[in-house]
Ligand binder design. Sequence first.
Ligand code: DQA
Length: 143
Amino acid sequence: STLFVLNGPNLNALGKREPGIYGGHTLADIAALCQAEGEKLGFAVDFRQSNHEGDLVDWIHEAGDTAAGVAINAGAYTHTSIALHDAIRAVSIPVVELHLSNVHAREEFRHTSMIAPAVKGVICGFGAHSYILALHALSSITK
Ligand code: DQA
């Protein structure tokens, strides 16, 4: 079965975007890490990124029909998007929220997640390894 790994705005700029906070990995590097880890866990990984909120909404709906679970780094939409909260609530598969940085150790506006109340659990602060931890979390709660 398939796990979706969804990435929101500005994550296409990883590698050159604030590397002191987000690390030197590009999104392509992280996609490759996720594919390899997915294979080990027995899942296909469908890895996507969009700067547009509606794409993420559509992909959560699509995952609800076709996938076993979703790991999502919603970027700044984490802190603003009721639409993503509602989309997650609208599907019955598990969704794990993840962040590269420890959002709680950063600006006040990053301390609130609009999607956290709708997800199974949250992983943040481990850089690229947050993605691996999210895949393991999904693997442990899906079949
Ligand atoms: C982020 C944290 C968000 O606050 C920020 O807007 C991002 C990246 C992270 O992975 O650490 O774009 O989700």
